[in-house]
Write a protein that binds this ligand. Structure first.
Ligand SMILES: Nc1ncnc2c1ncn2[C@@H]1O[C@H](COP(=O)(O)OP(=O)(O)OP(=O)(O)O)[C@@H](O)[C@H]1O
Ligand SMILES: [Mg+2]
Length: 292
C-alpha cells in the first residue's frame, strides 16, 4: 500500500530556498553547523551536505521536524538554505575542520534550523537548571518528544534549547498556556533519527531520553504519553509523503530507494511505540520515577 504513496514517479515539491546573507559563527557539535543569517532576515543553524556526520542527517532533520510539526511539538522552523558561490568566496571562515584539514563547503542547498528569537537580543540556552526546568511552559512536550524519538529510532539522547517568550504564542497541545512571559523549550537536533546515517532502528531502551529525568515526573503509566501515542499510531502517511517530497535531490544522491524502504518501515512501526516505552520503564527504572 505504501509503495503507492512513495512511488518514485511522484513529483517533488521543493520549498523556496532561503539564500544565505551573512556568516555569523560556527556552532558547537559533531555536525559542525554554522549560524547564518538568511536573506529573509532570520538566523539559521545550518548543517551542510558534506558535514562530518553524514549527508543523510539533513534528510533526518527535515523529516523529523515536519513530523513533529504535525504532532504539535515545538520544533524550529526549517528551511533549505542556498549558499551561492559568491557567499562562499566572501566567507573565509566557512569551512569544516577534518583533523588538520579544512574542508570547503560546496555551493548549493543545505539544511537550516531557524532560531526562534534574535540571537543577539534574546538569550538561548542549551540547558536550564532543574528549578527552571520545572517551570518550562511546554514541559509536556518532553513526553510527546519521547514518543516521537522512540518511533523514529533516535539513537541520540534528547536535546532541546530554551528561551523566554510570551506564552500565548506558544500554547502546547496539553493544556492552555497563560498569556505571560515564560521559558519555552524547542526540540532540536534530529540528526540521529533512524540511527543516524545507518537508516535502521536499533531500539535501545536508553536512547532518546533527556538527561534530566525530572521532565518525566508526570509519567504514571504508558497512558501518560497520550495524546501523542494515539497520534503516532494514526500518523497519516500523507504527512510522511509530503515531507519526503520536499527533500532536495542533492541530499539524496542515490538514496531514494533506501529512503522509501525506511519510511515504509517507519509507518509499519507506528503501533510499536507503547511497547518501546514499556521497555524503557523495565530497563531504565530510574527514568520514570513515578511509574510504578
Ligand atoms: N533552531 C535552533 N535554535 C537555537 N539554537 C540552535 C538551533 N539549532 C541548533 N542550535 C544550537 O546549535 C548547536 C548545534 O546544533 P545540533 O545539536 O543540532 O548539532 P550537532 O552537531 O548535531 O550536535 P551533536 O554533536 O549533539 O550531534 C546546539 O547545541 C544548539 O546550541
Ligand atoms: Mg547536538
Amino acid at each position: 500500500m505504501y509503495l503507492l504513496i512513495f512511488a518514485s514517479a511522484t513529483i517533488s515539491i521543493w520549498p523556496m530556498p532561503v539564500r544565505a546573507r551573512k556568516l555569523i559563527r560556527k556552532m558547537r557539535g559533531g555536525a559542525q553547523a554554522h549560524l547564518i543569517e538568511g536573506e529573509d532576515g532570520a538566523f539559521y543553524v545550518v548543517k551542510f551536505t558534506n558535514n562530518p556526520q553524514h549527508r543523510r542527517i539533513l534528510v533526518n532533520e527535515w523529516l523529523a521536524c515536519a513530523f513533529l510539526r504535525y504532532l504539535q511539538i515545538h520544533v524550529p522552523e526549517t528551511a533549505i538554505i542556498e549558499l551561492t558561490q559568491e557567499f562562499i568566496q566572501d566567507s573565509p571562515e566557512l569551512y569544516l575542520s577534518l583533523g588538520l584539514r579544512r574542508e570547503p563547503i560546496p555551493a548549493g542547498l543545505h539544511f537550516g534550523s531557524r532560531m526562534a528569537v534574535h540571537p543577539d537580543r534574546v538569550a538561548i540556552y542549551d540547558f536550564l537548571p532543574d528549578k527552571l526546568l520545572t517551570k518550562v511552559e511546554n514541559r509536556a512536550d518532553f513526553l510527546g518528544i519521547l514518543v516521537f524519538d522512540k518511533w523514529i529510532g533516535n539513537a541520540d539522547s534528547r536535546q532541546a534549547v530554551f528561551f523566554r517568550a510570551r506564552a500565548k504564542t506558544w500554547t502546547p497541545l496539553k493544556g492552555e498556556a497563560p498569556a505571560r512571559v515564560g521559558f519555552f523549550a524547542q526540540m532540536i537536533d534530529h540528526g540521529f533519527a533512524f540511527n543516524g546515517s545507518s537508516w535502521q532502528f536499533s531500539d535501545s531502551p536508553i536512547q532518546g531520553l533527556y538527561f534530566r529525568t525530572s521532565v518525566y515526573d508526570e509519567v504514571r503509566s504508558v497512558d501518560s504519553f497520550q495524546p501523542w501515542l494515539a497520534m503516532v499510531e494514526n500518523f497519516p502517511a500523507e504527512v510522511v509523503d509530503s515531507a519526503w517530497r520536499e527533500i532536495p535531490s542533492v541530499w539524496l544522491q542515490g538514496d531514494e530507494e533506501p529512503l522509501e524502504q525506511l519510511l515504509e518501515t517507519l509507518l509499519r512501526r507506528r503501533n510499536r511505540v507503547g511497547t518501546l516505552l514499556q521497555q524503557v520503564q523495565q530497563k531504565r527504572t530510574t527514568a520514570f520515577a513515578n511509574w510504578r
